[in-house]
Design a protein. Structure first.
Length: 283
């Protein structure tokens, strides 16, 4: 349910969704967030007061009659650039709002931009420990560099491609971070999912046991929890090796994991290290 924050009621600058971990989103198009925030898990988390999303219309901080928020780039070139004055005024106004979540310090101001650091599950987990985040949605050819230098603490990209604006990227960050906030989803659901420990998730199956001639793996209906756990671990290893072998270099692998991966053809970088060390010591 979309409501009006006290700030919005006084100044017509933000739409408030509810109270727990707080996301302040600065955007030229607040209407883009209505759908994602009013469906499924995010909707329930907002209604329960576990997370709070406040939308701030950057255009409301423009001072001219036409509410101008962009202008042509110095030096020429295609497109427009977001003007510094309205965006800076919006950021400062949001930062000056009285904290509602008891955060001990100023929240990080994060710009969604294609040239930011790649967003990962590790970063999502890091951001989920914050009481409050301020997400700035870039538009057009980008944000005036002086605003980035003066007011932006961190820059994040959700991939090596370009969108029409930072709104969709901000939605991705909100979704990925919010689901890690305690109470949003079951902790057990997070434990073995993709990227939680550097591995991809194991295959999932549900009823019926046989579908179009394809049967569920027998181990999953065996009732033997130890064998199910071993099958799932090995499937995570196999799937990661097949689809994202780059992740294995950073994954938390046991010696049993490494031995199993070697049976699948994995070139274990730790094999031979002991012999090399021994040879170096003797020389």
């Amino acid at each position: 349910m979309i409501g009006l924050s006290p700030w919005r009621r006084r100044n017509a600058t933000g739409l408030c969704y509810n109270a727990g971990m707080r996301f302040d989103v600065l955007t030229l198009f607040p209407g883009m967030f209505a759908g994602p925030l009013n469906e499924s898990i995010l909707k329930r988390a907002i209604q329960a007061g576990i997370i709070n999303v406040v939308l701030h219309d950057i255009r409301a901080y423009a001072t001219d009659r036409h509410r101008t928020t962009d202008d042509a780039p110095y030096g020429g070139g295609a497109g427009m650039v977001m003007k510094p004055e309205p965006l800076a005024a919006c950021i400062r106004a949001v930062l000056s709002m009285a904290p509602e979540t008891g955060e001990p310090s100023q929240p990080p101001v994060i710009l969604m931009t294609p040239d930011g650091e790649p967003f990962t599950q590790r970063i999502a987990a890091e951001l989920a420990t914050c009481a409050r985040l301020v997400l700035v949605c870039g538009r057009y050819e980008g944000v005036d560099e002086r605003v980035r230098e003066a007011l932006i603490d961190r820059e994040i990209s959700i991939g090596d491609y370009v969108l029409t604006g930072g709104e969709l990227a901000a939605m991705v960050v909100i979704d990925a971070v919010a689901r890690l906030v305690p109470g949003v989803i079951d902790a057990e659901s997070i434990a073995d999912e993709s990227f939680s420990d550097g591995l991809l998730e194991y295959p999932q199956y549900t009823r019926p046991a046989v579908w179009e001639g394809r049967a569920v793996p027998p181990v999953l209906v065996s009732g033997h929890h130890g064998e199910v756990a071993q099958w799932r671990r090995r499937e995570r290893l196999r799937r990661t090796l097949e689809r994202r072998p780059d992740l294995l270099a950073r994954a938390a692998l046991t010696e049993a994991d490494r031995a199993y991966l070697r049976t699948l053809g994995w070139n274990d970088p730790t094999v031979g290290e002991g012999a090399e060390h021994s040879a170096a010591t003797k020389s």
